[in-house]
Design a protein. Structure first.
Lengths: 436, 532
């Protein structure tokens, strides 16, 4: 069909008008500060990460009720990377390039963080990472609000050695970077404390592993040789559910072979029958059962927001609360959302945590956190059996030969004036970021 | 002054009242001291309180200690009174009276940890050795085994002579033997070492290991012999255990694959949506449990026919709408069924939830059957092996002895001839697909008891199902059974050396090599027209 001149002109005019309206609408929408939420909402890690998305939405909602920040409202941009690590990187790139987020709160598994790390560094955007991890990393663009090994793994092993007099160790983990590195650190630590190699059993399983029969039988055998045995579990995601079920079925109780887990919290327990698990342990920097007014207020707010009086809170949620509050403070201090200025303003900031103390952002982009050891109760809550004062997070473990001379300081004070994430104090050189 | 009879009577009653009230108040010095220790809420003080109470003979002590062990001991924040608070009953522990209108906020729980629980269990154990309940007696006798000493021998021997329950007798006898191992008399020691030969209890093994390095050569030698006997027996039990694990893994594979073997065998259709049909069966179990939360123990019996119908109908639907039009075009069928699998996954994600859904195990499926101290068979796996054999038997019966089975076999051997004989092959196709899908649904019910139920459940089992079908051949149901069970057993025997991931890889490599030699699998179809 041929378009005559008049029709063409009309169409052109209409098209231009539409385009202008469209762009003006999007400019109007630009009057918010966008916050990326990068957590798996499906797949094997959804059991752990979905609640963090909800936490971010609640925090953003609350801040908006207070008037937002820098005169603008906050807008959450939620994406689902579906426990697919390369998809994490794609989604991160979309968040930064297309949605133009000022900062992203996300990731859980270290492999997802390693996938997005090059993207955040290339695009110079900020990531707040709320989960306990293996250390051996400090990026200019990442703020680690979860525990490093010296704030979780090492104190947990100390507790088992001293209070439970454990002599034989099973290090069981999912097969990816976090358990592998953490177990390297723990193996070195145990050997430095005089534990013999034959008293350490290490085992790795794939994500989502469900046939635990032989492994649990091996643990039973390993623990039946007269020396007190414990399992240090870095098993992640929904593989924990059949693991604990099998422990219960094969008659292993916490009194015979206790299991201390680093990635099992109130959220993971809310989906399983916890009766056979009573007495097993977890090491975190926060438990829902900690009795203090700030925590009670947070739990009440959370249960009201999710309209579920039985909804639980956990450590990575607290990490997001600390990270978000610090970020808001940094924005107000810097007066802008510019990444470099905000990152500079973050260091040294102090906000209260939910266990009655304060969290301080250190020059290595880690926090000060107390270490809590808790025992699983029948109602899925943890009873705190050990607590320490705030411990400063160490990015580079002192127990591995490759990292004991490394130090991270983004202010440059400890690193010869130049801000660096992995500065070797012996050779006085700053090596670059390792992405694997 | 004369004390009138009335005054005497009054004094008597006052005295009686005082006596009664003092009995009711039960604030003996031990109790008061224990209450004060509990109040300090420290693990060390709680331990002291346990010691104090266990040493006293007061009647309320066993119930208090049991409450403490069960995590039900609470202390009132104001009055320091000790109470048992649980869903079933709230009791004031000093008087034994029931408490009305309890406000949880007014009480503070007395904290416990693992070390304390173990300590308390052994204390309670020695208190319960003469309990009227045989289960309690057995538990306390077993609890003694690690810590028994020669001083306990007279008490143990006395209890043994009076014991009537067989299991408790055996446990007490073992305790006597273990105690005698630390006796000073060498003859008694040697006698016990010999008597303990073949006993697989870990406490025995540990003691023997220690004794085999004893200074006395005779004792060391006897201990070494006994130890070797124990270790041989234990090794055999370990092999049986691995075999059991292999059979249970194999039975899961068979259940998952048998439906596929039928559809692939009869119609030559590669059904990539087979995993999702398993997943639908698992979700049916979840919904049945959700609809009938009070019948958890019987939920599986309802779920099995329900899952068969749901998945079967879905299978017939898929066959009628998609597969029928692609008959004779295997590649398109593969693509189409792959698309259907994605649709089904997303459907479940949207309609139900992208996250896993909780499916509980009925009570008769938890725990394990103890054969001996090193070999216990978990009930859930045991029942699934039985279930797999039952399903196999039923399917075998259907294929051998029913009209449908006859027609299915005819169509799978020679379709043209069967049609010439009057078999409606299109109807047979639909019913076969329905049957295979229904069996997949039933497999889903079994799987829901073993693993997490989520939209991705099918993806984990589709590869395994094809592996079993390819290995076993499509001519015969026996092929699937033998292939599934043997692959499971091979996988489990490789696992201790190679680890879970590498074992799977090795099994796949083995199948690839096997297929080179026998492309039609273990039990190929026979006959001239078969399998073209």
């Amino acid at each position: 069909m041929l378009l005559n001149n008049k029709l063409k002109k009309t169409l052109l005019a209409a098209g231009t008008a539409a385009a202008l309206t469209w762009s003006s609408l999007s400019f109007a929408a630009d009057d918010t500060i966008k916050v990326g939420v990068l957590h798996s909402l499906s797949g094997t890690m959804a059991i752990s990460e979905t609640t963090l998305k909800d936490t971010m939405l609640m925090l953003i909602d609350e801040q908006n009720k207070k008037g937002g920040v820098l005169g603008k409202k906050l807008e959450a941009v939620v994406v689902d990377p579906a426990s697919n690590w390369p998809l994490f990187a794609e989604k991160a790139r979309d968040l930064i390039e297309k949605d133009k987020v000022a900062a992203t709160f996300g990731c859980w598994t270290s492999v997802s963080r390693k996938s997005v790390l090059p993207v955040f560094e290339e695009k110079n955007s900020l990531l707040f990472y709320p989960v306990q991890y293996e250390g051996e990393e400090s990026s200019k663009n990442v703020f680690y609000t979860g525990a490093s090994p010296n704030q979780q793994a090492i104190p947990a092993v100390d507790y088992l050695m001293k209070d439970l007099e454990v002599k034989r160790w099973v290090l069981a983990g999912t097969d990816y970077v976090y358990p592998r590195t953490t177990n390297k650190i723990l193996e070195a630590y145990l050997k430095s404390k005089g534990i013999d190699e034959k008293d350490i059993m290490i085992n790795y399983t794939p994500f989502g592993h469900s046939d635990w029969q032989s492994i649990v039988a091996d643990i039973k055998k390993f623990g039946g040789e007269g020396k007190k045995t414990a399992v240090v579990s870095t098993i992640n995601g929904d593989a924990n559910v059949p693991f604990y079920k099998e422990l219960g079925n094969q008659g292993i109780t916490a009194e015979t072979i206790p299991v201390v887990a680093f990635s099992v919290g109130e959220e993971e327990l809310s989906g399983i029958d916890t009766k056979p698990l009573v007495g097993h342990l977890a090491a975190w920097n926060y438990f829902m059962s900690v009795d203090n007014p700030a925590n009670k207020e947070f739990i009440a707010k959370w249960q009201e927001y999710t309209k579920n009086p039985k909804r639980v809170t956990n450590d990575p949620m607290e990490a997001h609360v600390i990270g978000f509050n610090m970020w808001i403070k940094a924005l107000e201090k810097a007066g802008t959302t510019d990444t470099d200025k905000v990152a500079e303003a973050m260091i040294g900031l102090e906000v209260p945590n939910l266990t009655g103390g304060t969290a301080k952002m250190l020059p290595n982009h880690h926090l000060t956190k107390p270490v809590l050891i808790g025992e699983i109760q029948e109602n899925g809550q943890f009873e705190v059996v050990s607590k320490t004062p705030e411990v400063a997070g160490d990015a580079w473990s002192d127990f591995l030969p490759d990292s004991k001379n490394l130090v991270a300081d983004w202010t440059g004070k400890e690193t010869d004036g130049k801000p660096c994430g992995n500065f070797n104090t012996e050779t006085k050189k700053c090596s670059g970021q390792k992405y694997e | 002054m004369l004390v009138t009879p009335l005054a005497k009577l009054a004094a008597f009653f006052v005295g009686l009242l005082l006596l009664i009230s003092s009995v009711q108040a039960e604030t003996s010095p031990t109790w008061t001291q224990a209450t004060a220790l509990f109040k300090q809420a420290s693990f060390d003080k709680t331990r002291e309180a346990i010691d104090l109470l266990a040493a006293s003979n007061e009647p309320q002590v066993p119930s208090l200690l049991q409450a403490l062990l069960d995590g039900q001991l609470y202390q009132h924040k104001q009055t320091d009174a000790l109470a048992l608070l649980s869903d079933k009953a709230n009791t004031d522990l000093s008087s034994g009276q029931k408490l009305e209108a309890v406000k949880q906020d007014e009480y503070r729980k007395v904290p416990m940890n693992n070390t304390l629980r173990k300590y308390l269990r052994s204390k309670l154990g020695s208190l319960s050795l003469s309990s009227p309940d045989p289960k309690l007696r057995l538990a306390s006798a077993n609890g003694l085994l690690e810590t028994v000493t020669p001083e306990m021998l007279p008490q143990l021997r006395e209890l043994l002579s009076k014991e009537t329950d067989e299991k408790v007798k055996a446990a007490l006898d073992l305790a006597v033997q273990l105690a005698s191992l630390s006796a000073s008399d060498k003859a008694i020691k040697l006698a016990s070492i010999q008597a303990l030969n073949g006993n697989l209890n870990p406490a025995v093994r540990n003691k023997m290991t220690v004794l085999s390095t004893d200074a006395d050569p005779e004792i060391a030698k006897a201990a070494k012999t006994t130890l070797r006997g124990i270790e041989d027996k234990a090794a055999l039990s370990a092999q049986m255990e691995t075999l059991f694990f292999g059979l249970s893994l194999g039975s899961v594979l068979v259940l998952a694959a048998i439906g596929l073997a039928i559809t692939f065998g009869v119609m030559g259709v590669i059904n990539m949506a087979h995993g999702e049909l398993i997943m639908l069966g698992a979700y049916t179990t979840y919904f049945i449990q959700k609809l009938l939360p009070n019948f958890m123990d019987y939920s599986l019996f309802l779920a099995i026919p329900a899952a068969f119908i749901v998945s079967g109908l879905m299978g017939i639907l898929i066959e009628r709408t998609v597969i029928r039009h692609l008959y004779g075009r295997p590649l398109e069928t593969l693509l189409a069924t792959f698309g259907i699998s994605l649709i089904l996954q997303q459907l479940v994600r949207t309609v139900v939830s992208p996250q896993n859904v909780p499916v509980s195990n009925p009570s008769w499926m938890s725990g394990s059957l103890e054969i001996n101290s090193v070999l216990s068979l978990t009930y859930n796996r045991l029942y699934i092996i039985l279930f797999c054999l039952i399903v196999f038997a039923i399917l075998y019966f259907v294929l051998r002895n029913t009209n449908l089975g006859l027609q299915v076999r005819a169509v799978s051997q020679n379709r043209a001839m069967a049609r010439a004989m009057g078999v409606r092959s299109a109807r047979v196709d639909a019913l076969t697909f329905g049957l295979g899908s229904g069996i997949a649904g039933v497999a889903g019910v079994a799987l829901s008891q073993l693993t997490n139920v989520g939209p991705n459940l099918g993806q984990a089992y589709i590869i395994d199902s094809f592996m079993v079908v390819v290995f076993g051949g499509v001519g015969n149901l026996w092929g699937t059974l033998v292939a599934g069970l043997s692959l499971g057993v091979i996988n489990k025997f490789l696992e201790p050396w190679a680890g879970a991931v590498l074992a799977k890889i090795l099994v796949l490599v083995f199948i690839i090599l096997f297929i080179q030699k026998r492309p039609r699998g273990l039990f190929p179809q026979k006959g001239r027209a078969a399998g073209d």
